[in-house]
Ligand binder design. Sequence first.
Ligand SMILES: Cc1cc2nc3c(=O)[nH]c(=O)nc-3n(C[C@H](O)[C@H](O)[C@H](O)COP(=O)(O)OP(=O)(O)OC[C@H]3O[C@@H](n4cnc5c(N)ncnc54)[C@H](O)[C@@H]3O)c2cc1C
Length: 427
Amino acid sequence: MRLVVVGGVAAGMSAAARARRLDATMEITVFEKGDTVSYGACGLPYFVEGRVKDWNQLVVHTAEYFRHERRIEVRTGAEVRSIEHHRRLVRLAGGEEVRYDKLVIATGARQDRRGIEGAEQPHVYSMNTIPEAIRLREYLRTARAGRATVIGAGYLGMEAIEALRTHGWKVRVVHGGRDFLRRGDGWLTETIEKHLARFGVEVRHGTRIKTVPSEGIVVLATGLTPHVELAQGGGVELGRTGAIRVSDRMETNLAGVYAAGDCAEAMHLVTERPAWIPLGTTANKMGRVAGAAAAGARERFAGIVGTAIVRVCGLGVGVTGLAETEARKEGFDPVAARVEALEKPHYFRGRKVQVELVANRRDGRLVGGAVIGDSGVEGRINVIATALTKKMTVEEFVDLDLAYAPPFSTVWDPLLIAAQNLNKLVH
Ligand SMILES: Cc1cc2nc3c(=O)[nH]c(=O)nc-3n(C[C@H](O)[C@H](O)[C@H](O)COP(=O)(O)OP(=O)(O)OC[C@H]3O[C@@H](n4cnc5c(N)ncnc54)[C@H](O)[C@@H]3O)c2cc1C
């Protein structure tokens, strides 16, 4: 039995490793068109910032490790150009044909630069790949700090702001949308904007950039687009989001062909519809399931609730599920409560944390939330994510037995205060 994996980062290497663990005899080959496999792109902004000294620290395992310790053949600099499923083979850039019994497509996503003229100029940077991050870091290390424009206000835009600020640059962020993190959440956007103003970061919403500015440097943090052309060319069907449609076992429409990670959709447990939210957490889990399926095991990927967290100029921003406007678009009748409270008692130098909880008025079910603060964000957003995963109502959430001692929280956790307020609005 021969497994071929296309793409050697989070989803691809997770798939290969899982298949090997479940089947010691399978012949496994991974094709990666880049030079590096199994690395955490999530660490690249912190490499640009300077906290991570060497990008090699982001590499989890090298190709040699996979070859020698896992008996997985990893070929870097090897681009798969086409899939011929009726003959069960992939064709590489040089024309070489490789046969497969099972195929995992883990081709990820790439930065969407469509409609932006001048993106190839030398003063335009990005942080999406290792070579691009190295180029930006080298520049920031040696140049005198000046003015920078970040294009894009998703989490990559926020991470770019933070990295540039750390190097002393004056930053403005420009994007075509109306809000940060593309959630249509005015409250969240206003809170972040107020914080950024304290750091002299200028924000321009609703400004679609057609040509990159010529002054200062420009960091592209535009949205992503799933890398699906290879799959599509081989007859793999896409879903409503434009990413590859998969089952909960990562099966595509073609027998023996699986897709995982940023190139594929995932079931959203709140909307109960497929969604495309490309994140490393999801890619690793999907990869494992695809590898298990390729090895004949019956594992399943439960789905996502859209949880993400980012830091911008020291402020933690965690989101999960749907914001109020998104919930309305999805057919819910949303109602939201927002509170600002101390995350620890004042005698423990507690800082303010802001919590937003959104529920469906009709049945009281929680559908989303956000937490913003200098600290205490990750634990709280994860509690909300757990509640969404388990489809809890606000009434049930109010009764959660959350931990308390003064060094950690307050006796009424801000989450519970928000839930109590929301409960009054639901009933
Ligand atoms: C700067 C940055 C910061 C991030 N921060 C976070 C974070 O904090 N938290 C989080 O959860 N996620 C984060 N992410 C997202 C996360 O890194 C991705 O979700 C994850 O890497 C997706 O893994 P993947 O294997 O699906 O795709 P990718 O990592 O994109 O890997 C796909 C690979 O496939 C290769 N490939 C494509 N086509 C072919 C072909 N035809 N032949 C051979 N090889 C091919 C590509 O070269 C690529 O290496 C971040 C991403 C970036 C860029």
